[in-house]
Each structure stands twice: as C-alpha cells, then as structure tokens.
Design a protein around this ligand. Structure first.
Ligand code: PRP
Length: 209
C-alpha cells in the first residue's frame, strides 16, 4: 500500500480529479467528509489530507511515501525530496503586490517596504537578492487586507485568477515565481517501495500524455 499525502485547500479538488483520471480509486466522500485518513477500496492507496505547508514534512519524514503539492510551498520550505513530476494543474503566480500607482511610486514601494506574506522565506530571499531592505510580516491568510489596513505596504501572495487582488484594490508590482502542482516522493521510499512508486508515477504520467 502506498501512502499519498494530498493538500487540503485550493488544490484538493483538482488533485482528486487528476487521480481519478489516472484510474486511482479515490474514496467517494473524500471532498465532503472530515476524515483525514482515507484508504481506497482496493487496498492499493491510503490518502492523508494535510495542510499544504505541512505536506513536505509528512513526505520528508516518510509518514507518506509521496504527495502532491504546489511548487510555491516547495520553494518556501525547500525540503529534501525527490520531485519527479510537474502535473501542470493548479497554475498560479507568486507576486509582489501593493496599492500601486505610477512607476516611481511602485519603485518606492519596492525599495522600502513592510511585506505581509504566508511566504516569509521566499520574501526574504527576494529582497536580499535585490539588496533591498524589507520587514517581513508573517500572516497565515487574508494577506490582501494588510495594505488597506496600513499593516504593510506590500504583500507577497499567490495570484490565480487575480480576483482577490482586484477586489481589494491591489495591483501586481512584480511576478516572482510560477507554481503548478508537483509530485514529491520520499527519497528512501523511492527505492524501498520502488514498484508501488513507479506504478503510481506511471499512472499519473499517462494522464499527461
Ligand atoms: C489564495 C491566495 C489568494 C487567492 C488568489 O488564497 O492566497 O488570496 O487564493 O486567488 P485569485 O487570484 O483567484 O483571487 P486562499 O484561498 O488559499 O486563502 P487565504 O490565503 O486567504 O487563506
């Protein structure tokens, strides 16, 4: 049996859809129930439902042999995992955004700024690589509120449709990284459970063909 961690939140529905297209028997009620551990009916897979930012930890420690999570999370936590497959769905962009204005005003926003974000490490790396000072304020969600409330001048956050930025009066100042759903595999499991891992990857690759 292969234990696979799935990301709760925006990726769960497209992930379940992708697994089903790959012919993997995901339990019927996985999207509606509150069970966090869901074995399939054939005894081939066991699914764990975990917070996206925790997923790499579950896989790195071998609690799950494999998992599916966004590249944005992998850039933030930089885990030691095998990353064999880009599944292509869940496409979004990690951006720096603010209230915007003219070109000069946007430049000023970048050069001295307090940044609210769920991605403190990516944000620190971004500003360090530019040699720009920034105060990073960690929030676990609804970061789009921060500029309007005066908590920060900018935010580093994911944009999928752009609706949340628009409806909160924010504009993209700079695109920082692209993200899609990735498969991650525990390094030891890749060898120890080779047959099961390869079968799992083979099924997923077939959907991509
Ligand atoms: C994500 C992200 C943005 C939003 C982007 O939030 O942090 O807020 O989706 O999507 P859009 O471009 O289609 O508007 P999520 O739903 O994960 O909630 P949270 O970050 O506020 O917790």
């Amino acid at each position: 049996m292969l234990t696979v961690a799935l990301s709760k939140g925006r990726l769960l529905e497209p992930t379940v859809d992708f697994l089903r297209r790959a012919g993997i028997e995901v339990p019927e009620d996985i999207l509606s129930s509150r069970r966090l551990l869901a074995p399939d009916s054939t005894g081939s897979y066991k699914f764990l439902l975990v917070k996206p930012t925790d997923l790499p930890t579950y896989v790195e420690y071998g609690v799950a042999a494999a998992g599916i999570c966004g590249r944005d999370v992998l850039l933030e936590v930089t885990p030691d995992l095998h990353q064999p497959l880009d599944l292509g769905f869940g496409r979004c962009t990690l951006v720096l955004a603010g209230k915007g204005g003219g070109r000069k005003e946007n430049h000023n926003l970048l050069s001295t700024t307090r940044v609210a974000t769920k991605y403190p490490r990516i944000t620190e790396r971004f500003f360090r690589s530019r040699g720009l000072p920034a105060e990073v304020i960690y929030l676990s969600g609804s970061v789009e509120l921060a500029p309007n409330l005066g908590l920060a001048e900018t935010i580093m956050d994911l944009v999928e449709t752009g609706r949340t930025l628009r409806e909160n009066g924010l504009v993209v100042l700079e695109e920082v990284a692209e993200s899609t759903a990735r498969v991650v595999v525990n390094r030891a499991s890749f060898h120890i459970q080779q047959a099961e891992v390869q079968e799992f990857l083979r099924r997923l690759r077939k959907v991509l063909e």
